[in-house]
Structures are given as structure tokens and as C-alpha cells.
Design a protein around this ligand. Structure first.
Ligand code: NAG
Ligand code: NAG
Length: 469
């Protein structure tokens, strides 16, 4: 049992990835951190769970039966609760490298990045072309469109903010992405896969926003450069599942003196006369302990927390729906890829939000050989039938052995910045298929709480996180 100090610089509530990164970097910076979670495991919504836990969490079985037994040992399964992949040149990778958390976690490539065109039985599923030569071979475009896409991708590849001769006469801080697409004469379906499967926008709102073109071009460049790093896809994924990530940062924090307490409920947040947080009362329960648990009180200067700890200081901005599916075959039309990301752009299936399919397998030590774990997800657009909303994605999976689908998950954002009360909230995970928005949030919380920018060094050219295959 850890000793509780009389005071801390920061109390962190929740061990989701955002909170664990923050507690890691703050500990490294020399702050005294107390990190607590009401759950008895790390990761919150970003945990990976075994198969038995998954069945029980979703109540997918009848009392007295043990359906997980036919899938081998439950502990051979590490199933993510959120479907996300790392961009190999993305900000999370940079944070992992610059904090050296990479020494605790091994990564593997994701084998493919796909996009769907059309729907139902007439749908085309194809690799997302990431450079000029792939564009010329892509079945997603006709012969003339291939050339236009090639020109566009070549321009994006050579774009350099500092060098106006590469701007092709456009100031990206002033034009909309529609104007850029128009300049290259790209068709609607091409805009769709570029915006949604390369720039990874979840909706079409970006197209008409003034000044958004620069962001879009940067996103495409991130995709293309991530792709170029290892070759198969722009994505990497940790062996044993995403749950390894928060735990890696928790270890980092602990090495620098951070104190961790799981299974600990918050009883009271104490504020001073000016309304600023000054301490916390909590109770921790040890395994197998009878009775009330250990009550304690400590002082702190600030609190960082996931929004579920302060529902009255957060608002719901949407609902995520997802289905976790177990398959015993790869997904059709994907070259038998052992892992992939498949994006179904919203307009292809008459929606406003994209549908994502993320699949991993035994290659990533998350399930026994011969099985695949696919998560289909989207932002809910109606209160009706979630199954129906996910249908275009589920349809891609073929025969499904098991399907776990809970209620829609609310997505929270903080109401205020936290400067007034010293309580700095993160956002819930959004629907995006990668961690870029989460790392934006890490930066944002850090900026609000520390009044300075989080400094991160990236991978150097040629530096590899994933062994060559
Ligand atoms: C582009 O526009 C921004 C303002 O919107 C301006 O600050 C910048 O200097 C312009 N860049 C060039 C290359 O003209
Ligand atoms: C957490 O607390 C519960 C009681 O609330 C207890 O049954 C469980 O064993 C505890 N878990 C750990 C890891 O201490």
C-alpha cells in the first residue's frame, strides 16, 4: 500500500490514455502526482479486456452458460473497447518516442488501409492510394481522374509552407478545400476518399470552411508520410492491444515518483473560498477487503480528470455507437489482410458521419490464431436502431461469430477551461479512427493546466518503431 502524502501538485482522476500521458509527462517534469481510478484496472474506456470480461460486460450470455470457453483461454484475448490505431508519424508516436515509453511496448504494422465506394453488393472496397503511382493503379477512379488525382497528390507531396513556389498560386490559409479540389478538377468520389480516408475527416464540414485547406493538406501529408515509413499502411498498433498504452505511461509516471491508486472512489472535492480546488477526500478498497476501505484526504493545487468524474462540468456533444465482432476469417476484398482500417465515407451510404471498421488479429497477440477482432463504429445520427446505423460496416464483415453492442456511449466535452476552479477536464474519445484528436486534447489540457506548450520530439528520419517485415 502506497503512502499518501499530505499534499500533491496534481491529482489525476481516471486512467484513460489522455490522463496517463498527462500524469507521465507531469511526473517527468518534476511535479508530485497522485493518480487515481475508480476502476480496479488501468485504461478506463481505453482498456483492453479478456474475452470472459467482454461477455460479462455486455451481458452476452445466459446465466449458467460459459460461451467464452469455446474460444480457448479467455486470457489469450485482449479486446479493445475503443477502436483506434496509431498513425506511424502521428503525435502519439512522437509522445511515445520522446518519453521513451516505447521501451515498454512493441508495435506492429496494420496490414492495410481501405476505403469503400458505393454500397451494398455493388460496393467497391479498395486500398487507399497514397502516392502518384498508386493513384494511377487504383480501381477507385477512371482513367482521366487517375491523372488528376496523381497531379493532386504530387502537389500535396511537394507542398512546403515556407516556399510559395510550391503553393500553385493558392494561399491555403485563405482558400477552402473545395477551391483546391476544384483547381485539380477532382470528382466527388475522389474528394470523398481523400477527405475521409486520407485526411481522416469524420464529416464533410471541412470542405467549405475558409482556411481549412491548410489543415487538410497537412492531414494528407501526415497520412502519406506515415504510409511511407513502413509501407503497408500508415497505421501501427501495440502488441497485446491498446490497453498497453495507458499502462506504459503509468509506468513512466511511477518511475518519476507518481503514486497510483486503483479501485479508489472520490468522496469529496474541496474548494477554497475563491472556488479553487484545494484538496480531495477519497476511499480505496483493496482486493478481498471487507468493510469500508481506506479513507484518506490530501491537498492538491489542481485536478486533471476525465469528464466522467465531473458530469456537472461537462456537456454531451454526441454519441458513439460500436459493435465489437469476432470473426474466424479475414474480411472479403482485402487481400486476406490480417489487420486493417476500412473507412466507409458518409456520403457513400447516405449518412453524415463516416463508418469505421478497425480489425486486428493474432498477429498483434490480441486473440488466438485463426480469429480476428473487428470493431465497427460511427457517431449516432438517430435514437433509433444502432444496428441499422452500423449495418453498412457489419455487412462488410461476412459471417460474424460473436457480436457485442452496448448502448450508445455519450461523448463529453468540458464546459469550461478550468482556470477558474483548477479542475482541468479532458474530452471523451471521439469517433475518429486514430489518436490525433486525443493528442490535440492532451496538448490542450496541458496548455490550460500548465500555461505552456507541451514539448515533444518526434521520430528522426529513418528511426524505426516497428521491425521491418
Ligand atoms: C496567406 O494568408 C495569411 C493570412 O490569411 C498571411 O498571413 C500569409 O502571409 C499569406 N501567405 C502568403 C504566402 O501569401
Ligand atoms: C476493488 O474493490 C472491490 C470492492 O469494492 C473488491 O471486491 C475488489 O477486489 C477490489 N479490487 C482490487 C484490485 O483491489
Amino acid at each position: 500500500m502506497e503512502e499518501i502524502a499530505p499534499s500533491y501538485d496534481v491529482v489525476v482522476l481516471g486512467t484513460g490514455l489522455t490522463e496517463c500521458i498527462l500524469s507521465g509527462v507531469m511526473s517527468v517534469k518534476g511535479q508530485k502526482v497522485l493518480h487515481m481510478d475508480r476502476n480496479d484496472h488501468y485504461g478506463g474506456e481505453a482498456a483492453s479486456v479478456n474475452l470472459e470480461t467482454l461477455f460479462k460486460k455486455y451481458g452476452n450470455f445466459q446465466a449458467g452458460t460459459e460461451p467464452w470457453k469455446k474460444y480457448g483461454r479467455p486470457n489469450d484475448w485482449n479486446i479493445d473497447l475503443v477502436p483506434k490505431l496509431l498513425m506511424s508519424n502521428g503525435e502519439l508516436t512522437n509522445i511515445l518516442v520522446s518519453t521513451d515509453v516505447t521501451r515498454y511496448i512493441e508495435f506492429k504494422q496494420i496490414a492495410g488501409s481501405y476505403v469503400q465506394q458505393g454500397q451494398g453488393s455493388r460496393a467497391t472496397v479498395a486500398k487507399v492510394p497514397s502516392d502518384a503511382s498508386e493513384a494511377l493503379r487504383s480501381p477507385l477512379m477512371g482513367i482521366f481522374e487517375k491523372r488528376r488525382a496523381k497531379n493532386f497528390l504530387q502537389w500535396v507531396g511537394s507542398f512546403d509552407e515556407a516556399n510559395p513556389s510550391t503553393h500553385n498560386g493558392m494561399n491555403l490559409s485563405q482558400v477552402t478545400m473545395k477551391q483546391v479540389y476544384d483547381k485539380y478538377g477532382l470528382e466527388a468520389t475522389t474528394r470523398d476518399f481523400i477527405g475521409h480516408s486520407m485526411a481522416l475527416y469524420e464529416t464533410d464540414e471541412y470542405i467549405d470552411k475558409k482556411g481549412q485547406a491548410k489543415d487538410c493538406v497537412e492531414r494528407i501529408r501526415l497520412y502519406v508520410n506515415s504510409m511511407a515509413r513502413y509501407g503497408k499502411s500508415p497505421y501501427i498498433y501495440p502488441l497485446y492491444g491498446l490497453g498497453e498504452l495507458p499502462q506504459g505511461f503509468a509506468r513512466l509516471s511511477a518511475i518519476y515518483g507518481g503514486t497510483y491508486m486503483l479501485n479508489t472512489t472520490v468522496d469529496e472535492i474541496k474548494y477554497d473560498a475563491s472556488g479553487k480546488v484545494e484538496g480531495i477526500k477519497a476511499t480505496m478498497k483493496e482486493r478481498g477487503e471487507e468493510g469500508e476501505g481506506m479513507k484518506f484526504e490530501t491537498k492538491c493545487k489542481k485536478i486533471l480528470a476525465d469528464p466522467s468524474y465531473f458530469p456537472d462540468k461537462a456537456k454531451v456533444v454526441g454519441h458513439l455507437v460500436k459493435a465489437i465482432c469476432i470473426l474466424n476469417h479475414p474480411i472479403d476484398k482485402t487481400d486476406n489482410a490480417d489487420s486493417l482500417q476500412l473507412i466507409i465515407p458518409q456520403s457513400q451510404v447516405g449518412r453524415k458521419h463516416d463508418i469505421y471498421v478497425a480489425m486486428v488479429s493474432s498477429t498483434h497477440n490480441v486473440c488466438p490464431r485463426g480469429y480476428y477482432i473487428a470493431i465497427v463504429s460511427t457517431i449516432s445520427e438517430s435514437s433509433s436502431n444502432h444496428h441499422l446505423e452500423l449495418q453498412p460496416g457489419l455487412e462488410r464483415l461476412g459471417k460474424i461469430e460473436e457480436q457485442f453492442m452496448g448502448p450508445a456511449i455519450p461523448i463529453y466535452e468540458p464546459l469550461e477551461g478550468g482556470e477558474k476552479d483548477g479542475v482541468f477536464l479532458s474530452k471523451s474519445y471521439d469517433a475518429s479512427s486514430h489518436f490525433e484528436t486525443m493528442t490535440d486534447d492532451v496538448r490542450d489540457v496541458y496548455r490550460r493546466a500548465e500555461c505552456e506548450e507541451l514539448k515533444v520530439q518526434g521520430l528522426k528520419d529513418g528511426e524505426q518503431l516497428v521491425a521491418e517485415e
